[in-house]
Design a protein around this ligand. Structure first.
Ligand code: AMP
Length: 297
């Protein structure tokens, strides 16, 4: 595996691969790899000839009082994990090269960046869109893999790629979880034992909602109430938001029709965790019940 720090070196490597007509898949990350990251890398390896993983803790997507300085970092460990996963190149540019003095060009995806995480993190998606666009310009991948764990981020990137005609195929990867359901996150390392227990309330709340919908309850206020009640029953939890709405427009809805996104952000102690699921209305549930009754007769 090649470990590349300089932007010009990365460009040269890409040029060589392009001359050999090799396809490139990219996985943008902030490092401190867990099985979620590694799963994205494996998917990339199954889809392209070469896999570039970028590792960049992007200051532009952190707010002034957020965890930029304490965000976990371990380049050596990450390099070993990426290499063992079959990654072709680990690209870890410096902040001073990505944002040189005088930097003043930003990408803003207006509507989709507002609401959900955008409410409490107003500059977050501007930082995300800008770094991802820069990485796409440097690496020119054929495809890029993003986790559904960061659902809003995925939609922001999809929109940006469409709006700016960036020729990269965006591939969504399902959420990778611990055996008990907690979504893997580099930030889980912040949690102490008691907080780790409370962190499970997010996944459990999603399951409660899934069961409500499966049993025919499609009332958004009722589902949101049940989700909040469950999370609040755990110690050290503080809800940032519970969103239920359209997965593409990210606008809230009143009733679940077809498919709806349930997304959560919850503070557990000093750690902010996110999780989500797609709720699917059982469209022909009533019809099925009738049918099964019919067959009994
Ligand atoms: P991060 O390093 O947290 O910026 O994440 C890098 C990429 O990994 C993003 O596309 C995330 O959505 C994805 N990712 C992080 N955690 C998970 C997870 N538990 N399951 C699936 N994808 C994930």
């Amino acid at each position: 595996m090649k470990i590349i720090n300089s932007i010009s070196h990365m460009r040269k490597q890409v040029l060589l691969w392009r001359q050999e007509r090799l396809s490139i898949a990219m996985v943008p990350t902030m490092g401190f790899f867990h099985d979620g990251h590694l799963s994205l890398m494996r998917t990339a390896g199954n889809k392209a000839d070469r896999v570039v993983v970028s590792l960049f803790v992007n200051p532009a997507q952190f707010g002034p009082n957020e965890d930029l300085n304490r965000y976990p970092r371990d380049l050596e460990r990450d390099a070993k994990l990426a290499e063992d996963t079959g990654v072709s190149c680990l690209f870890y540019p410096d902040v001073k090269d990505i944002y040189p003095p005088g930097f003043q060009t930003w990408i803003r995806v207006d509507g989709l960046s507002q609401g959900l995480c955008g409410t409490s993190r107003p500059e977050h998606f501007r930082g995300v869109a800008t770094i991802v666009a820069k990485l796409f310009i440097i690496v020119r991948p054929d495809m890029a893999i993003f986790g559904q764990k960061d659902f809003q981020q995925l939609q922001v990137i999809r929109r940006m790629v469409m709006d700016l005609n960036i020729p990269v195929n965006i591939i969504a990867h399902p959420i990778v979880r611990e055996p008990d359901g907690l979504a893997l996150s580099s930030r889980n390392t912040y949690l102490n034992m008691k907080e780790r227990e409370s962190a499970l309330s997010l996944f459990q709340a999603l399951q409660i909602a899934e069961k409500m919908v499966a049993s025919g309850n499609i009332s958004v206020p009722e589902i949101i109430r049940a989700v909040k009640k469950h999370i609040q029953s755990f110690s050290n939890t503080k809800i940032d938001y519970v969103f239920l709405g359209h997965p593409e427009s990210l606008r809230p809805c009143r009733e679940i029709v077809g498919e709806a996104l349930l997304a959560l952000a919850v503070w557990v102690g000093k750690t902010r965790l996110i999780d989500n699921t797609l709720l699917k209305q059982q469209a022909n549930q009533a019809h099925q019940i009738d049918k099964s009754k019919g067959s009994e007769i």
